[in-house]
Design a protein around this ligand. Structure first.
Ligand SMILES: [Zn+2]
Length: 890
């Protein structure tokens, strides 16, 4: 019987960890020999560590991290260590006077995978044993120096009951396997020759089916590729496998990176807190990012699978071969790897469409985060709980910063800098400074200290541009000024390096040649480094229309005085597709914010015939990609509109103004939308490729815009599409459209959907999310009832994200109900989930991040809910940290 340790109630504020306090480890671990004997409730872990004092430091006590651990035995150089020579708690193993020389420590611990509901460390996902060690899960398996700058070579022996876990996996290459004589158990030994930090450790044991393929690398080595899934789901892995092979080839071609082990494995598990994890040679995936078939997955699911498979694979070089010195450097692996996966998707699909999608996501997550109480720099300087820093800022803004390096240097010098980074730091735990130094050295340009502010200053820079054309001198002046608003703990900001890709568009729609300071402007990019500067372009024969921040070259907010007819001109003619899309968004946003204000004041909303004409022209332009048209027809999201308004937000009027615009588009362009709908119908077999997906995207946007008018033929079209769909994209789009209309057909479709798919949890997640996102007052009660539905389980992060996450973060009007019931419901749920899964609970609390921007009544209700959670003495460090920061006065 095991007497497991229960986390104590939080009694004092934990001390923050600070970047400036970093010092190298006193001890290093050279090799780790693990022997893990799997058992549901009492897994025995023997860890043999070869330790040596770090030459860079004076000999010091050895302090190993633990969490909820129970020590069974401890030996030093093969001999049991007397009890008076060490101190052990569930959280720490301290040897005050270790030998001042290399030695071997053998630690035996016992852990309870079945009882591990946090899904960190070793746990059971269904009947599968699996691990999650990033950021600090390895310390839940054995006592260890759990920090990324301690890198060791691992050999892992896994043993289990043959019937319970016929498949036994760990990092690296398989070196031995066999039976344990006289028992029903077997074992496998895996050796990973590459040094790695413990957060990249993984092992898996279970009844799993294998899909096998292979890849021949650029140097001609054959690598086995294995995807493991629950038996019966093998036929849903082909897209993931194909994506993996394309990612491996792309990384060779674009970054010169070759895979290094003999085998690459992916395991899909049903209970996983994150999307996926890049453990060396053994990626563990949330099954929603592996399993796909036309009947079960939408086009968006296919695209996500491709991106996440590629992302985790790319980590093999950016994260694994070169890792982070400490967790403050998280963006070094995540920002860089997001940049790499975005580039991969852009090359595999449509670059403009991918860029628009990435920027939309950046604005609705990162910009919102950057404008609220949880704002933090891409490289934070302090944290209480590192789990709370796996944020859009670290990932998505981190990717934008890498993208800016490429904009500043051009493709060739950027690649030179990356090559230098790979060769100089291979096998090391690096810092952001070391990364940036490689680009400075490769290009001879200076990035210190100013470019580093992108890593140290939070907040979205605001760029104000004043243009002036002088017809007599034939000059065009752009006076550009920058400011960055205050953010928590950063009241004053220094000027940033802002690379702005620009074009001056002439009357014929073509770009005018750009001459700056007597030279052609390099790559069309001006770089603002001062608080303000005027750029004077010469030889400009006619008054141009400025197209600024093309391709979203810098992650900024741009304010430029521009006439609506100029925006319409750009929407029709800009050679930069991103800015064509942006021009329509800007027109729509200005109408939407004006109408929100009007509705708040009881004044009539207005229409914008110019915007309608621009949309009509885009819809009719058969040279444009359907996916691009689909993106352009979709008005800014409710989150975008709220962010643009900034304060005193009433989500109901935001919703009403947006719905009104959608209905106006549906009315005004009904015939063209119906026509496009028919044209976009794809015959033949379903294919998830980007072009076919784009046609479906446009078709389904048309369906939705037609239905907002409530015309009966439009609703009938949605019902007919629902019934006749031969793929999940079309069926899902139809039921999604129907879900926005309170009619009997909706109830029928939702019931039918459940009946069809009740045995497939990943599809039922869509059903849960769909209902949670309905913008109607009855939704809260519906969600409450669904929490008791047999398809829902609080123990499964995918179910929680689908139902509660969709309500809290995807339903602005109902989460922000004026009576505060939405806040109370989410707060109650968080408090119930927290003891079981603090990570998931803290993530849900993120829904409150914009509470200060709400109008007074809702603000008070949100604050009351936040204070109630804050007052809970037993809340986890994860939840407490988020709530404290959300409530803090900046
Ligand atoms: Zn990652």
């Amino acid at each position: 019987m095991q007497n497991f340790y229960i986390k104590p109630m939080r009694t004092e504020e934990p001390r923050p960890i600070r970047l400036k306090d970093y010092r190298p480890p006193d001890w290093l671990i050279e090799t780790v020999n693990l022997d893990v004997s799997l058992d549901p409730n009492a897994t025995r872990v023997r860890a043999k560590l070869k330790l040596k004092p770090n030459a860079a430091a004076t000999p010091a006590p050895l302090v190993l991290d633990g969490e909820e651990l129970k020590l069974a035995s401890l030996k030093l150089d093969g001999k049991p260590l007397p009890a008076e020579n060490f101190v052990v708690t569930p959280e720490r193993l301290t040897i005050a006077q270790p030998p001042n020389r290399p030695f071997e420590l053998e630690i035996e611990t016992v852990v309870d995978p079945a009882g591990n509901t946090q899904l960190m460390g070793l746990y059971r996902a269904g009947t599968t044993y699996c691990t999650q060690c990033e950021a600090e899960g390895f310390r839940r398996i054995t006592y260890f120096l759990d920090r990324p700058d301690v890198m060791a070579v691992y050999t892992t022996r896994v043993e289990a009951d043959k019937s319970e876990a016929p498949v036994l996996l760990a990092n690296g290459n398989l070196v031995a396997h066999g039976e344990v004589p006289g028992t029903n158990r077997h074992f496998a030994v895996w050796h990973d020759p590459f040094k790695k930090p413990c957060y990249l450790f993984a092992l898996v044991g279970g009844k799993l089916a294998r899909v096998a393929d292979s890849f021949t690398t650029m140097s001609g080595r054959k690598v086995a590729l294995h995807i493991y899934v629950e038996p019966g789901k093998e036929d849903r892995c082909s897209y993931a496998m194909d994506s993996l092979k394309r990612a491996m080839r792309w990384d060779e071609e674009v970054f010169g990176r070759e895979y290094d082990l003999d085998i690459f494995m992916i395991v899909a598990v049903s209970a996983f807190n994150m999307g996926a994890m890049e453990n060396k040679g053994l990626n563990v995936f949330n099954d929603r990012y592996v399993l796909a078939s036309p009947a079960a997955a939408t086009d968006a699911d296919f695209a996500h699978i491709e991106a996440v498979i590629a992302h985790e694979y790319f980590h093999n070089w950016t994260g694994n071969r070169i890792t982070c010195r400490d967790w403050f450097q998280l963006c070094l692996k995540e920002g860089l790897t997001v940049f790499r996966d975005e580039e991969f998707s852009a090359d595999q699909r449509s670059r403009p469409v991918e860029r628009i999608g990435d920027v939309r996501a950046l604005r609705s997550h990162q910009f919102v985060e950057d404008a609220g109480p949880l704002a933090h720099p891409v490289r934070p300087e302090l944290y209480h709980e590192i789990n709370n820093f796996y944020t859009s800022t670290v990932y998505d803004k981190g990717a934008e910063v890498v993208r800016m390096l490429k904009v500043l240097l051009g493709a060739d010098l950027f690649r030179k800098g990356m090559d230098l980074y790979f060769s100089r730091h291979d096998g090391e735990a690096a810092t952001v400074e070391q990364f940036i130094q490689c680009f400075a050295d490769a290009s001879g340009r200076d990035f210190f200290p100013q470019f580093m502010r992108w890593y140290s200053q939070a907040g979205t820079p605001e760029i104000k541009v004043a243009p002036h054309y002088d017809a007599r001198e034939k000059t065009y002046r752009l006076a550009i000024a920058q400011t960055t608003p205050p953010t928590p703990n950063q009241p004053n900001k220094e000027p940033m390096v802002i690379p702005l890709a620009i074009g001056l568009v002439g009357k014929d729609g073509a770009d005018l040649p750009l001459m700056l300071d007597g030279r052609p402007l390099e790559r069309g990019v001006v770089v603002l480094t001062q608080p303000s500067r005027t750029f004077v372009f010469t030889g400009i024969a006619e008054r141009p229309i400025p197209s600024l921040n093309r391709g979203f070259s810098a992650p900024i907010k741009l304010s430029l005085p521009i006439e609506p007819d100029e925006l319409r001109f750009l929407a029709a003619h800009d050679s930069d597709p991103f800015n064509r899309w942006q021009a329509v968004q800007t027109l729509a946003m200005s109408l939407l914010t004006a109408n929100v204000a009007a509705l708040r004041n009881g004044a009539p909303a207005r229409d914008d015939e110019g915007l309608m004409a621009a949309l009509g022209a885009i819809l009719a332009d058969e040279k444009l990609e359907p996916a691009f048209i689909a993106l352009t027809l979709a008005p800014p999201s409710e989150a975008d509109i709220a962010r643009e308004i900034g304060r005193d937000i009433d989500p109901d009027t935001v919703f009403a103004a947006r719905r009104r615009l959608r209905a106006a588009i549906g009315e005004r362009h009904g015939a063209a939308l119906a026509n496009a709908y028919e044209r976009m119908i794809t015959g033949g077999h379903y294919s998830p490729d980007a072009q076919s997906a784009g046609r479906r995207a446009l078709k389904n946007v048309c369906l939705d815009l037609l239905a907002v008018t409530e015309k009966s033929e439009a609703i009938a079209r949605a019902i007919s599409q629902y019934e006749s769909a031969d793929n999940m994209t079309d069926r899902m789009a139809a039921v999604q459209t129907l879900s926005l209309h309170d009619r009997p057909e909706r109830a029928a479709a939702l019931e039918d959907f459940y009946r069809r798919y009740s045995d497939d949890p990943l599809i039922i997640d869509k059903w849960l999310a769909l209902q949670a996102a309905i913008p109607e007052p009855a939704t809260l009660e519906r969600v409450r009832v669904l929490t008791t539905h047999p398809a829902f389980s609080m123990a499964n992060p995918n179910r929680v994200r689908a139902l509660i996450g969709a309500f809290a973060q995807g339903n602005p009007t109902q989460f922000n109900r004026v009576d505060g019931a939405g806040y109370d419901f989410v707060a109650d749920f968080v408090l119930a989930l927290d003891p079981k899964n603090p990570h998931g609970a803290a993530r849900l609390m993120g829904a409150f991040r914009s509470w200060r921007a709400l109008e007074a009544a809702r603000r008070a209700r949100a604050e009351a809910a936040l204070r109630r959670v804050a007052a809970m003495p037993a809340s986890s460090r994860d939840v407490h940290d988020i709530v404290a920061r959300t409530l803090a006065d900046s």
